[in-house]
Design a protein around this ligand. Sequence first.
Ligand SMILES: [Co+2]
Length: 411
Amino acid sequence: MSEVEIEEVNESIKELEPVDMLNHNDAEEKKKKKKKKKKKNNNNIKNIALLYPDEKYPEGHWMDYHHDFNLARVTDEEKRYLARDKEHEQRWNDMRKGAEIHRRVRKNLQNKLSPGITLTEVVDLVENATRKFTGSDINGDHVDKPMSQGIGFPTGVSLNHCAAHFTPNSGDKTVLKFDDVMKVDFGVQVNGYIIDSAWTVTFNDKYDNLLEAVREATNTGIKEAGIDVRLTDIGEAIQEVMESYEVTIDGKTYQVKPCRNLCGHNIAPYQIHGGKSVPIIKNGDETKMEEGEHFAIETFGTTGRGYVVQGGECSHYAKNTGALPTPNLTRAKALLKTIDNNFGTLPWCRRYLDRLGEEKYLFALNSLVKQGIVEDYPPLNDIPGSYTAQFEHTIILHPHKKEVVSKGDDY
Ligand SMILES: [Co+2]
């Protein structure tokens, strides 16, 4: 599909769809003219490899380790560490590519967000742009190398008391409202290396302090992260910052609480949760971060009780790893084949199955879940009436420094 890039916030959505469907020559002409103008804009949506012909992608934001036990890494043996880091250059470049795509996708979205947009339109903007930038727009996959790059996981657009794991299923008509607090959490993967980054969208400034609390809490987690740092210590630092904020919304004052059962995590190839959890409270976990690992540092703050529970219609799923049983049903076997071919162990949502032409699959899907072959990830909610916010970045623990690879000028 030819792409249209329209910057104007209000007209963009309404203008985009009808024009695309018209066959009239004058409409086509106008479109072409518009496109020509946009070609000069560096925010064009096309395969990102065309914008970086040498395939070298920009580095993220570099930060020194600040703990004493890391100091040797920036002085004495830096050269040796750097040599070791070089061995992973391809991996870092893949991640930087994913991060650059993430920044461009979210910038494009941010220009088009306003009350009245539907959540389906929001996720389509994110996912179609991701497909374009990664060059995986044919059936969501590379023709020759399936799953080599593309969407890392379903686009979360969780509202208000829903903290995470909401994405619309097909037919969802939810409209974004002026008073909503929306967490946009999406992923880009290149050769299985996933960039996981999120921010919170609001239109009403009454939430500003809540967002500030969570932004600062996430930045604290990033600052504290380092080789040999204990996970509980990161959680403790995050919690302290988060709870130091008070917010007043509609005349009621709240101390911001972390959602204590939500965590950041390390990321393994094609696996969004690599096995380590980065708590956002002091939880006593003395596991340490290690050199060469890459982590999603994310924090959630809330005006509610600070604990989320599953609820609402499920959209997110992922195949489990390890030894798995054979599906009982023939239909489930076929569905699993679709899952294996298109997602492997990457998370996905029902819309992606619909897009692949799968129909009437819920019974089979539920049986895969019951057998433990596929894991379901229902929406996670704090108490009704509460507001939750999230910020998240992906960081790389290089031997000598850390790199906040998904950092942008927006957050
Ligand atoms: Co994450």
